[in-house]
Design a protein around this ligand. Structure first.
Ligand SMILES: Cc1ncc(COP(=O)(O)O)c(C=O)c1O
Length: 313
Protein backbone atom coordinates (compact mmCIF):
# COMPACT_ATOMS: atom_id res chain seq x y z
CA UNK A 1 0.00 0.00 0.00
CA UNK A 2 1.72 3.26 -1.06
CA UNK A 3 2.03 5.99 1.57
CA UNK A 4 -0.52 8.79 1.32
CA UNK A 5 0.89 11.77 3.11
CA UNK A 6 -0.80 14.13 5.53
CA UNK A 7 0.40 17.57 6.50
CA UNK A 8 1.79 17.24 10.03
CA UNK A 9 3.64 14.73 12.19
CA UNK A 10 3.98 15.05 15.95
CA UNK A 11 7.65 14.93 17.03
CA UNK A 12 8.79 15.17 20.66
CA UNK A 13 5.86 17.34 21.67
CA UNK A 14 5.53 19.55 18.57
CA UNK A 15 3.77 19.28 15.22
CA UNK A 16 6.22 19.49 12.33
CA UNK A 17 5.72 19.29 8.58
CA UNK A 18 5.53 15.80 7.09
CA UNK A 19 8.51 16.59 4.84
CA UNK A 20 10.66 17.57 7.83
CA UNK A 21 10.14 14.34 9.80
CA UNK A 22 13.51 12.91 8.73
CA UNK A 23 16.26 10.96 10.48
CA UNK A 24 19.96 10.58 9.75
CA UNK A 25 21.13 7.45 7.92
CA UNK A 26 23.52 6.75 10.81
CA UNK A 27 20.68 6.62 13.37
CA UNK A 28 20.79 3.60 15.66
CA UNK A 29 17.34 2.42 14.55
CA UNK A 30 18.41 2.14 10.92
CA UNK A 31 21.21 -0.28 11.72
CA UNK A 32 19.86 -2.25 14.66
CA UNK A 33 16.06 -2.13 14.42
CA UNK A 34 15.79 -0.29 17.72
CA UNK A 35 12.23 1.02 17.56
CA UNK A 36 8.88 0.25 19.13
CA UNK A 37 5.64 1.33 17.54
CA UNK A 38 1.89 1.02 17.39
CA UNK A 39 -0.76 0.73 14.72
CA UNK A 40 -4.03 2.34 15.71
CA UNK A 41 -7.22 3.04 13.78
CA UNK A 42 -9.34 6.14 13.93
CA UNK A 43 -12.86 5.56 12.58
CA UNK A 44 -15.30 8.00 11.05
CA UNK A 45 -18.47 7.87 13.12
CA UNK A 46 -21.56 9.97 12.40
CA UNK A 47 -20.51 12.00 15.47
CA UNK A 48 -16.99 12.58 14.07
CA UNK A 49 -13.65 10.78 14.19
CA UNK A 50 -12.86 8.52 17.14
CA UNK A 51 -9.71 6.56 17.98
CA UNK A 52 -10.22 2.88 18.83
CA UNK A 53 -8.69 1.80 22.15
CA UNK A 54 -6.24 4.67 22.26
CA UNK A 55 -5.17 4.11 25.89
CA UNK A 56 -4.53 0.40 25.39
CA UNK A 57 -2.40 1.00 22.31
CA UNK A 58 -0.29 3.62 24.05
CA UNK A 59 0.04 1.39 27.12
CA UNK A 60 1.38 -1.37 24.87
CA UNK A 61 3.78 1.12 23.28
CA UNK A 62 5.09 2.09 26.72
CA UNK A 63 5.32 -1.58 27.70
CA UNK A 64 7.32 -2.31 24.53
CA UNK A 65 9.66 0.58 25.37
CA UNK A 66 10.06 -0.67 28.95
CA UNK A 67 11.01 -4.17 27.78
CA UNK A 68 13.75 -2.62 25.63
CA UNK A 69 14.85 -0.14 28.35
CA UNK A 70 13.93 2.80 26.14
CA UNK A 71 13.23 5.84 28.34
CA UNK A 72 10.14 7.74 27.22
CA UNK A 73 9.63 11.36 28.27
CA UNK A 74 5.87 11.27 27.77
CA UNK A 75 3.08 9.74 29.81
CA UNK A 76 0.30 7.58 28.44
CA UNK A 77 -2.13 10.50 28.54
CA UNK A 78 0.31 12.81 26.77
CA UNK A 79 0.80 10.29 23.96
CA UNK A 80 -2.96 9.71 23.65
CA UNK A 81 -3.29 13.51 23.39
CA UNK A 82 -0.55 13.49 20.74
CA UNK A 83 -2.62 11.07 18.63
CA UNK A 84 -5.72 13.24 19.05
CA UNK A 85 -3.73 16.40 18.20
CA UNK A 86 -2.22 14.84 15.07
CA UNK A 87 -5.53 13.55 13.67
CA UNK A 88 -7.20 16.83 14.52
CA UNK A 89 -4.45 18.93 12.90
CA UNK A 90 -4.40 16.88 9.72
CA UNK A 91 -8.18 16.66 9.35
CA UNK A 92 -7.84 13.23 7.74
CA UNK A 93 -10.06 10.36 8.86
CA UNK A 94 -10.83 7.51 8.91
CA UNK A 95 -7.14 6.87 9.23
CA UNK A 96 -4.37 4.71 10.57
CA UNK A 97 -2.22 6.24 13.32
CA UNK A 98 1.42 5.25 13.74
CA UNK A 99 3.05 6.22 17.08
CA UNK A 100 6.76 5.41 16.91
CA UNK A 101 9.57 5.57 19.47
CA UNK A 102 13.09 5.03 18.21
CA UNK A 103 16.74 5.21 19.13
CA UNK A 104 18.10 8.11 17.09
CA UNK A 105 21.47 9.55 16.16
CA UNK A 106 24.39 9.51 18.59
CA UNK A 107 26.32 6.22 18.74
CA UNK A 108 27.32 3.72 16.08
CA UNK A 109 27.92 0.77 18.42
CA UNK A 110 25.21 -1.71 19.35
CA UNK A 111 24.88 -0.45 22.95
CA UNK A 112 21.79 1.79 22.84
CA UNK A 113 21.94 3.15 26.37
CA UNK A 114 23.35 6.57 25.45
CA UNK A 115 21.47 7.03 22.20
CA UNK A 116 18.83 9.80 22.13
CA UNK A 117 15.21 8.71 21.91
CA UNK A 118 12.85 10.22 19.37
CA UNK A 119 9.10 10.04 19.59
CA UNK A 120 6.75 10.48 16.62
CA UNK A 121 3.05 10.19 15.84
CA UNK A 122 1.89 10.18 12.22
CA UNK A 123 -1.47 9.46 10.67
CA UNK A 124 -2.50 8.60 7.15
CA UNK A 125 -5.47 7.21 5.26
CA UNK A 126 -5.41 3.42 5.05
CA UNK A 127 -8.20 1.11 3.91
CA UNK A 128 -8.70 -2.63 4.11
CA UNK A 129 -5.51 -4.59 4.78
CA UNK A 130 -6.28 -8.21 3.95
CA UNK A 131 -8.34 -9.51 1.13
CA UNK A 132 -11.33 -8.78 -0.93
CA UNK A 133 -15.09 -8.55 -0.50
CA UNK A 134 -16.50 -8.57 3.01
CA UNK A 135 -18.22 -11.94 2.77
CA UNK A 136 -15.28 -13.87 1.28
CA UNK A 137 -12.39 -15.21 3.36
CA UNK A 138 -8.72 -15.11 2.41
CA UNK A 139 -6.53 -18.03 1.34
CA UNK A 140 -3.51 -18.51 3.58
CA UNK A 141 -0.69 -20.97 4.22
CA UNK A 142 1.31 -22.20 7.15
CA UNK A 143 4.70 -20.53 6.92
CA UNK A 144 7.96 -22.38 6.77
CA UNK A 145 9.28 -19.59 9.02
CA UNK A 146 8.91 -20.00 12.78
CA UNK A 147 7.76 -17.13 14.98
CA UNK A 148 10.28 -15.64 17.41
CA UNK A 149 11.33 -18.23 19.93
CA UNK A 150 10.90 -17.27 23.60
CA UNK A 151 13.93 -15.58 25.09
CA UNK A 152 15.23 -14.50 21.68
CA UNK A 153 13.26 -11.41 20.67
CA UNK A 154 10.36 -10.65 23.02
CA UNK A 155 7.11 -11.30 21.12
CA UNK A 156 5.15 -9.17 23.61
CA UNK A 157 7.03 -6.07 22.50
CA UNK A 158 5.84 -4.52 19.27
CA UNK A 159 9.35 -3.72 18.11
CA UNK A 160 10.56 -2.85 14.63
CA UNK A 161 13.07 -5.70 14.68
CA UNK A 162 10.31 -8.31 15.10
CA UNK A 163 8.99 -7.35 11.71
CA UNK A 164 11.98 -8.82 9.92
CA UNK A 165 10.45 -12.17 10.92
CA UNK A 166 7.03 -10.91 9.79
CA UNK A 167 8.49 -9.86 6.44
CA UNK A 168 9.85 -13.36 5.83
CA UNK A 169 6.43 -14.86 6.60
CA UNK A 170 4.58 -12.34 4.44
CA UNK A 171 6.95 -12.50 1.43
CA UNK A 172 6.92 -16.29 1.32
CA UNK A 173 3.11 -16.35 1.47
CA UNK A 174 2.59 -13.68 -1.18
CA UNK A 175 5.19 -15.10 -3.57
CA UNK A 176 3.47 -18.49 -3.29
CA UNK A 177 0.08 -16.97 -4.15
CA UNK A 178 -1.41 -16.65 -0.66
CA UNK A 179 -2.64 -13.52 1.05
CA UNK A 180 -0.95 -14.24 4.39
CA UNK A 181 1.08 -16.82 6.28
CA UNK A 182 0.37 -18.37 9.68
CA UNK A 183 3.54 -18.92 11.67
CA UNK A 184 4.02 -21.76 14.11
CA UNK A 185 6.00 -21.24 17.28
CA UNK A 186 9.26 -22.93 18.13
CA UNK A 187 7.44 -26.07 19.30
CA UNK A 188 5.42 -26.36 16.07
CA UNK A 189 2.15 -25.07 17.51
CA UNK A 190 0.05 -22.30 15.99
CA UNK A 191 1.29 -18.81 16.86
CA UNK A 192 -0.04 -15.96 14.67
CA UNK A 193 0.05 -14.30 11.26
CA UNK A 194 2.75 -11.88 10.17
CA UNK A 195 0.67 -9.01 11.54
CA UNK A 196 -2.43 -10.60 13.02
CA UNK A 197 -3.59 -12.84 15.83
CA UNK A 198 -5.54 -15.96 14.95
CA UNK A 199 -8.77 -17.53 16.20
CA UNK A 200 -10.38 -20.91 15.44
CA UNK A 201 -13.94 -22.02 16.00
CA UNK A 202 -14.70 -25.66 16.66
CA UNK A 203 -18.04 -26.96 17.94
CA UNK A 204 -19.17 -23.45 18.85
CA UNK A 205 -16.06 -22.68 20.95
CA UNK A 206 -13.69 -19.84 20.12
CA UNK A 207 -10.06 -20.86 20.52
CA UNK A 208 -6.88 -18.76 20.36
CA UNK A 209 -3.27 -19.47 21.35
CA UNK A 210 -2.04 -18.06 24.69
CA UNK A 211 0.70 -15.39 24.84
CA UNK A 212 3.21 -18.14 25.66
CA UNK A 213 3.03 -19.29 22.02
CA UNK A 214 4.97 -16.18 20.91
CA UNK A 215 1.97 -14.03 20.06
CA UNK A 216 1.58 -10.29 20.34
CA UNK A 217 -1.02 -9.33 22.95
CA UNK A 218 -3.32 -8.01 20.26
CA UNK A 219 -5.79 -5.31 21.16
CA UNK A 220 -8.28 -6.58 18.58
CA UNK A 221 -7.75 -10.06 20.06
CA UNK A 222 -8.74 -8.67 23.44
CA UNK A 223 -11.76 -6.87 21.94
CA UNK A 224 -12.92 -10.06 20.21
CA UNK A 225 -12.62 -12.05 23.45
CA UNK A 226 -14.69 -9.44 25.33
CA UNK A 227 -17.37 -9.39 22.64
CA UNK A 228 -17.51 -13.20 22.40
CA UNK A 229 -17.95 -13.48 26.16
CA UNK A 230 -20.84 -11.01 26.00
CA UNK A 231 -22.38 -13.03 23.17
CA UNK A 232 -22.10 -16.13 25.42
CA UNK A 233 -19.64 -17.77 23.03
CA UNK A 234 -17.20 -19.87 25.10
CA UNK A 235 -13.61 -18.65 24.67
CA UNK A 236 -10.55 -20.78 25.38
CA UNK A 237 -6.88 -19.90 25.23
CA UNK A 238 -5.12 -23.14 24.43
CA UNK A 239 -2.10 -24.52 22.64
CA UNK A 240 -3.21 -25.28 19.08
CA UNK A 241 -1.56 -28.02 17.02
CA UNK A 242 -1.12 -27.16 13.34
CA UNK A 243 -3.65 -29.73 12.14
CA UNK A 244 -6.39 -28.05 14.17
CA UNK A 245 -6.33 -25.35 11.47
CA UNK A 246 -7.43 -27.93 8.90
CA UNK A 247 -10.38 -29.32 10.86
CA UNK A 248 -11.70 -26.09 12.38
CA UNK A 249 -15.22 -24.96 11.48
CA UNK A 250 -14.08 -21.33 11.17
CA UNK A 251 -10.73 -19.55 11.26
CA UNK A 252 -10.12 -15.81 11.27
CA UNK A 253 -7.37 -13.26 11.80
CA UNK A 254 -7.68 -10.23 14.05
CA UNK A 255 -5.63 -7.07 14.05
CA UNK A 256 -5.86 -3.32 13.84
CA UNK A 257 -5.02 -3.40 10.14
CA UNK A 258 -6.85 -6.66 9.30
CA UNK A 259 -9.75 -6.00 11.75
CA UNK A 260 -11.61 -9.36 11.71
CA UNK A 261 -10.59 -11.15 8.50
CA UNK A 262 -12.16 -14.56 7.79
CA UNK A 263 -9.91 -17.29 6.39
CA UNK A 264 -11.32 -19.43 3.56
CA UNK A 265 -8.53 -21.99 3.24
CA UNK A 266 -5.30 -23.00 4.93
CA UNK A 267 -2.69 -24.76 2.76
CA UNK A 268 -5.43 -25.22 0.13
CA UNK A 269 -7.63 -27.11 2.61
CA UNK A 270 -11.04 -25.43 2.79
CA UNK A 271 -12.02 -24.15 6.22
CA UNK A 272 -15.48 -25.59 7.06
CA UNK A 273 -17.59 -25.26 3.93
CA UNK A 274 -15.59 -22.25 2.70
CA UNK A 275 -18.21 -19.66 3.63
CA UNK A 276 -17.78 -17.09 6.39
CA UNK A 277 -19.10 -18.85 9.52
CA UNK A 278 -21.75 -17.73 12.02
CA UNK A 279 -19.37 -17.00 14.92
CA UNK A 280 -17.09 -14.87 12.70
CA UNK A 281 -20.14 -13.04 11.39
CA UNK A 282 -21.60 -12.40 14.85
CA UNK A 283 -18.33 -11.00 16.20
CA UNK A 284 -17.76 -8.85 13.14
CA UNK A 285 -21.26 -7.44 13.39
CA UNK A 286 -20.71 -6.30 16.97
CA UNK A 287 -17.21 -4.94 16.45
CA UNK A 288 -17.87 -3.23 13.12
CA UNK A 289 -21.02 -1.76 14.68
CA UNK A 290 -18.81 0.00 17.24
CA UNK A 291 -16.47 1.13 14.43
CA UNK A 292 -19.27 2.74 12.41
CA UNK A 293 -21.31 4.01 15.34
CA UNK A 294 -24.34 1.81 14.61
CA UNK A 295 -23.84 0.12 18.01
CA UNK A 296 -23.25 1.94 21.30
CA UNK A 297 -19.68 2.16 22.56
CA UNK A 298 -20.57 0.11 25.61
CA UNK A 299 -17.00 -0.77 26.48
CA UNK A 300 -15.79 2.83 26.31
CA UNK A 301 -13.32 1.96 23.57
CA UNK A 302 -13.56 5.15 21.53
CA UNK A 303 -11.70 8.42 22.11
CA UNK A 304 -13.41 11.23 20.17
CA UNK A 305 -11.20 13.60 18.18
CA UNK A 306 -12.35 17.21 18.06
CA UNK A 307 -11.95 18.51 14.52
CA UNK A 308 -12.72 21.73 12.75
CA UNK A 309 -12.86 20.51 9.19
CA UNK A 310 -12.13 17.41 7.17
CA UNK A 311 -9.41 18.01 4.58
CA UNK A 312 -10.80 17.61 1.08
CA UNK A 313 -14.40 17.84 2.37
C1 LIG B 1 2.61 -9.74 14.86
C2 LIG B 1 1.27 -9.17 15.18
N1 LIG B 1 0.38 -9.92 15.84
C3 LIG B 1 -0.84 -9.47 16.14
C4 LIG B 1 -1.23 -8.19 15.77
C5 LIG B 1 -2.60 -7.71 16.13
O1 LIG B 1 -2.54 -6.76 17.18
P1 LIG B 1 -3.60 -5.59 17.30
O2 LIG B 1 -4.95 -6.22 17.31
O3 LIG B 1 -3.27 -4.93 18.57
O4 LIG B 1 -3.41 -4.70 16.13
C6 LIG B 1 -0.34 -7.36 15.09
C7 LIG B 1 -0.70 -5.99 14.72
O5 LIG B 1 -0.40 -5.08 15.43
C8 LIG B 1 0.95 -7.86 14.79
O6 LIG B 1 1.83 -7.11 14.12
Amino acid sequence: MPIKTTEKIWHNGKLINWADANIHVMSHVVHYGSSVFEGVRCYGLPTGPAIFRAQEHIQRLLDSAKIYRIPVDYTRDQLVDAMVETVSANGVWPCYIRPLIMRGYGEIGVNPLNVPVECYVANLPWGQYLGGPEDVGVDVCVSSWTRLAPNTLPAMAKAGANYMNSQLIKMEAVLNGYVEGIALDVSGCVSEGSGENIFLVRNGKLITPPLGNSVLAGITRDSVVRIAQDLSIPVVEQVIPREFLYVADEVFFTGTAAEVAPIRSVDKITVGDGAVGPVTKAIRKELFGIFDGSRPDRYNWLTPVPVRQKVGA
